[in-house]
Design a protein around this ligand. Structure first.
Ligand code: FES
Length: 234
């Protein structure tokens, strides 16, 4: 999505204009996939302020579909742009963190190995402030299923384990005036088709017929500890 098509896809509105202003310039081979925009909201129904995010804390929202979870993280330090590639060797340029310190990042919470994801009942994948039992370093996203580890400060590239590509990035626009965040696209190796195929029955029970509906307008952000009854540590 280039700057022009993004702007043309927008309906009128301040959030859209702000998001367009913040749209990063991508390398020629990058292929962000645009989805309906969603303003991130807190669990009180107010627009989430980027500056209100607690550093090194797991937050979850759902985007671009009702059933597809995303990790939102304030890393407490700038996350610079990265050159990455998918398992199909499609190169892409992750634009880095957003927000006042360029330290806010978002990634699909669907593990790139075998699609483990956080549910309301249990989560085997999460960000770890300190090293997991088999962790290669602190501050990684760790999946307990087979111990894939991703570095959220570097585009969620794989540092260890069987995953064959980074977690798919979710692109955010930061409105500097309002300090709000808007999700508008994904970048990298999407696994949504595989995810819906694998978990069709489970998702129909967990989420119901809306599972594959696009998230539009707003997406509610919650701490993982509040969203999920049993976040597994390993
Ligand atoms: S499903 Fe995450 S490492 Fe295997």
């Amino acid at each position: 999505m280039d700057r022009r098509s993004f702007i043309e896809s927008c309906t009128a509105g301040a959030a859209c204009i702000s998001a367009a202003a913040a749209l990063p310039v991508f390398a020629a081979d990058a292929k962000p996939r645009a989805y309906p925009q969603a303003l991130l909201m807190n669990d009180k129904g107010e627009p989430l302020k980027a500056s209100s995010l607690k550093p090194l804390t797991n937050y979850v929202f759902h985007y671009p579909f009702e059933a597809t979870p995303v990790f939102l993280l304030e890393l407490g330090k700038p996350a610079p742009p990265q050159s990455l590639s998918t398992k199909n060797r499609d190169a892409y340029a992750w634009p880095g963190g957003v927000g006042p310190r360029r330290s806010v990042v978002a990634y699909s919470a669907i593990c790139a190995h075998q699609l483990v994801y956080p549910t309301r009942d249990v989560s085997f994948i999460s960000f770890r402030k300190t090293r997991a039992q088999r962790g290669v370093q602190d501050e990684l996203i760790h999946c307990c299923a087979d111990h894939s580890q991703y570095d959220p400060a570097r585009g969620a590239r794989v540092l260890s384990g069987p995953a064959s590509q980074p977690l798919c990035a979710v692109l955010l626009a930061h409105d500097t005036k309002a300090d709000t965040l808007t999700a508008y696209a994904t970048l990298g190796g999407e696994l949504f088709d595989d995810f819906f195929r694998k978990y069709e029955m489970k998702l129909s029970l967990e989420v119901g017929p809306k599972a594959r509906n696009s998230v539009t307008g707003e997406a509610v952000v919650r701490e993982l500890e509040k969203f999920c009854r049993n976040p597994i540590q390993c």
